[in-house]
Design a protein around this ligand. Structure first.
Ligand code: CAA
Length: 246
């Protein structure tokens, strides 16, 4: 079987790097699409992914045309995109009363518009080839809402609405669309939180610790696998038990 081609947005970030690694280790050719410009982040990514079939591609997911150009370039050179993981995400945490429009817009445009921009570009090729796996990295905070995250919680809940709607539209064509809702993990995003707030949250996690990025990545690999074709429109929580529901 031909090698699967995967695109991971936010691919050089905390979760993204682990997701790229997991997909490459399962035989995929991986493109880590991420905003360019942070040399330290680039160095950490290269060190973590050395020796694997992973290429970095500069992409601002808020740029609709740039998403289309990236997708068509990969389709031209590599025959198509089989797996799309939307993992690009940012925070601008503050209570709503202090939140300005720029903080709202930044989070919604990266975390939610970015999912539309990249998925819109990739979906036609998946449908034409009769195979696709879209995995959207949402958050436990999209399920529960989080103090200081009206923007982030709205975007992350919105991602799952998008997941369910698109899953219905493409189900007959071999394309699945699912969300993963990670809990608090060992990433720069979580480590940037005030220490006492983070410690208070970890206290409430039944497993008693932060998650590891590779623990999210293995859930992505599970949903992206060829034999995961009957799972669609689902949300897979990977949160150490922080939020349980059915
Ligand atoms: N519940 C109730 N009250 C709270 C509270 C909470 N969880 N957190 C703070 N408060 C209180 C404060 O004590 C303060 O009270 P007073 O006014 O009486 O002093 C009041 O609410 C407002 O606090 P601030 O003025 O300090 O609010 P702020 O606008 O500066 O924002 C904050 C505070 C930065 C949002 C802080 O509460 C915070 O960091 N919260 C956690 C946010 C969070 O979980 N972010 C996750 C980032 S990682 C991620 O998102 C990854 C993922 O998907 C899991």
């Amino acid at each position: 079987m031909a090698q699967r081609v995967a695109v991971v947005s936010g691919g050089t970030g905390g979760l993204g790097t682990a997701i790229c690694t997991a997909l490459a280790d399962r035989g995929c050719k991986v493109f880590a699409a991420d905003i360019a410009g942070d040399p330290a982040r680039g160095d950490a990514f290269r060190a973590a992914t050395a020796g694997r079939d992973i290429a970095a591609a500069a992409l601002d997911v808020t740029d609709f045309d740039a998403c289309a150009a990236l997708v068509s370039g990969i389709e031209r050179e590599h025959g198509g995109i089989d797996i799309l993981v939307n993992a690009a995400g940012i925070t601008r945490d503050t209570t709503l009363r202090k939140m300005d429009k720029a903080q709202w817009d930044a989070v919604l445009s990266v975390n939610l518009d970015g999912v539309f921009n990249l998925t819109r570009a990739a979906i036609d090729g998946m449908l034409a080839r009769g195979f696709g796996r879209v995995v959207n990295i949402s958050s436990v905070n999209g399920q529960t809402g989080q103090f200081g995250q009206a923007n982030y919680s709205a975007a992350k809940a919105g991602m799952h609405g998008f997941t369910m709607a698109l899953a219905r539209e493409v189900a007959r064509k071999g394309v699945t669309v699912n969300s993963i809702s990670p809990g608090y993990c060992e990433t720069a995003m979580v480590m940037a939180m005030p220490e006492e707030i983070r410690a208070g949250i970890v206290d409430k996690v039944p497993v008693g610790r932060l998650g590891r990025p590779d623990e999210i990545a293995r859930a992505v690999a599970f949903l992206a696998a060829d034999d995961a074709g009957f799972i669609t429109g689902a949300n897979l929580p990977v949160n150490g038990g922080l939020f349980m529901s059915f």
